[in-house]
Design a binder for this molecule. Structure first.
Ligand code: FE
Length: 132
């Protein structure tokens, strides 16, 4: 079992920038084509901006054209948690950091092979650790 990271809302507010807090803790969405990692092709590991857990690899990133960094799979089987999100009257599948429950983005069934999935993720939820 993965050890959970839990913090109070005050601690999250102190640690995260206001924009990060809005996305990660309040399930907000950054505007498309504005995120730091949308166009990034730098090799490395994307970790959670909240807790530092490894989430995605640049090896699984693809250009979806949607304006958000997109991956066809997480870095490991238990890295990303999935929740059905019915906010705003839409049934969407929410992707969360499995370690700190931070909001990452959503999963759509229109990704490329081999999974057919598109993990559509906010740059604000991620931090890229470049491969050396
Ligand atoms: Fe996290």
């Amino acid at each position: 079992m993965r050890e959970k990271v839990t913090k109070t809302e005050a601690e999250w507010r102190e640690q995260l920038s206001p924009k990060q807090y809005q996305v990660i803790r309040k399930k907000g969405t950054e505007r498309p084509f504005t995120g730091e990692y949308n166009d990034s092709k730098t090799a490395g590991t994307y970790v959670c901006a909240g807790c530092g857990a490894e989430l995605f690899s640049s090896d699984h990133k693809f250009d979806s054209g949607t304006g958000w960094p997109s991956y066809y799979q997480p870095i490991g089987d238990d890295a990303v948690a999935i929740d059905e999100d019915h906010g705003f009257g839409m049934a969407r599948t929410e992707a969360l950091c499995a370690t700190c429950d931070g909001h990452l983005g959503h999963v759509f069934p229109d990704g490329p092979a081999p999974t057919g999935l598109r993990y559509c993720i906010n740059s604000l939820s991620l931090k890229l650790i470049e491969r050396s």
